[in-house]
Design a protein around this ligand. Structure first.
Ligand code: C2E
Ligand code: MG
Ligand code: MG
Ligand code: MG
Length: 284
């Protein structure tokens, strides 16, 4: 204001370095798609307790030219606030489908691909068409795609969520309720949501033991899921004790660092080739 009316002034580092870093990151994010800096890592989902692999979850990474490989906690909120999550999310859906098609062609035709959606993305009127176009473009059966929406997203506008998910599942696409247990589900709407699975949030897996309240909560979620005819996935499985306990409690699918970290597509393929090599040793 001191500098007169109608004047625009860019932030100087001396004013507020934090805001400046924020602006810089926002600027960089605008360019990230065009500069081909977005990456997907893939984390396997295992049939409990230890396999086979049912499919993968695509997890977004940003290879920032100066800051290196960034995880979503650094830039997802920014992408959501600026609306950039829409083009970024479209890139993710397309790239995940392209990769899955490649793996299907390599013989892993039973694998599914899970893609995470933000609230803004989920509530876009164009979402269903975008997803169906993408499946058609890559010649994929709709059944091989799982869309993960958090419980919070699903309950943001429950009636709308029921409508969107009904449209998607009518077309054959599957839906998964992510981070389950951290939001506030209305059982009335949960009952109507045409999802195929509940993903128990990592928070309930972390301190899981015979004596913890978390075991009771996991059992309750498993019972609820059975009633609603949903599968139960546990995320964040890091120890063998958790793996065994979650299986005993009735979780169908396990995901976590113990069984497989998120890795590049190339690493997925190398690991598979090594497993194949072990199964079919060269004749000596
Ligand atoms: P999420 O969908 O609940 O994914 C699970 C997160 O936990 C991932 O973090 C994963 O790397 C991490 N994780 C997996 N196993 C373990 C484990 O055993 N221990 C621990 N400590 N962590 C584990 P990541 O990749 O940083 O993603 C964080 C969140 O960002 C995701 O949570 C998801 O909500 C969001 N996200 C990721 N990719 C996308 C995307 O393409 N689009 C949108 N809209 N959101 C995304
Ligand atoms: Mg997820
Ligand atoms: Mg989750
Ligand atoms: Mg999460």
């Amino acid at each position: 204001k001191r500098m007169g009316r109608n004047g625009y002034h860019f932030f100087q580092p001396s004013m507020n370095t934090l805001a400046q870093t924020h602006l810089q990151l926002m600027n960089d994010l605008w360019l990230a798609i065009d500069r081909d800096e977005l990456r997907l890592h893939y984390q396997p989902k295992f049939h409990a307790p230890a396999g086979p692999i049912l499919g993968f979850e695509a997890l977004l990474r940003w290879e920032h030219p100066k800051q290196g490989l960034l995880t979503p906690d650094v830039f997802l909120q920014l992408a959501e606030k600026t609306g950039l999550i829409i083009p970024i999310g479209n890139w993710v859906i397309n790239e995940a489908c392209r990769q899955l098609r490649e793996w299907h062609m390599q013989g892993h035709s039973a694998w599914s691909m899970a893609v995470n959606l933000s609230t803004l993305q989920f509530e876009q009127p164009t979402l269903v068409q975008t997803v169906l176009d993408c499946l058609a473009r890559h010649n994929l059966p709709a059944e091989s795609l799982i869309l993960e929406v958090t419980e919070t997203t699903a309950m943001h506008n429950p009636e709308e969520s029921v409508r969107i998910l009904t449209e998607l599942t009518n077309a054959g696409v599957k839906a998964s309720i992510d981070d389950f247990g951290t939001g506030y589900s209305s059982l009335l709407y949960l009952k109507q949501l045409p999802a195929c699975e509940l993903k128990i949030d990592r928070a309930f897996v972390k301190d899981l033991s015979g004596e913890s309240d978390d075991a009771t909560i996991v059992s309750a979620i498993v019972a609820l899921a059975k009633t609603l005819n949903l599968k139960v996935v546990a995320e964040g499985v890091e120890t063998e004790a958790q793996q065994q306990f979650l299986t005993e409690l009735g979780c169908n699918t396990l995901q976590g660092y113990l069984l497989g970290r998120p890795v590049t597509a190339q690493t997925v393929e190398e690991l598979c080739n090594n497993l194949e090599a072990m199964k079919n040793p060269l004749p000596s």
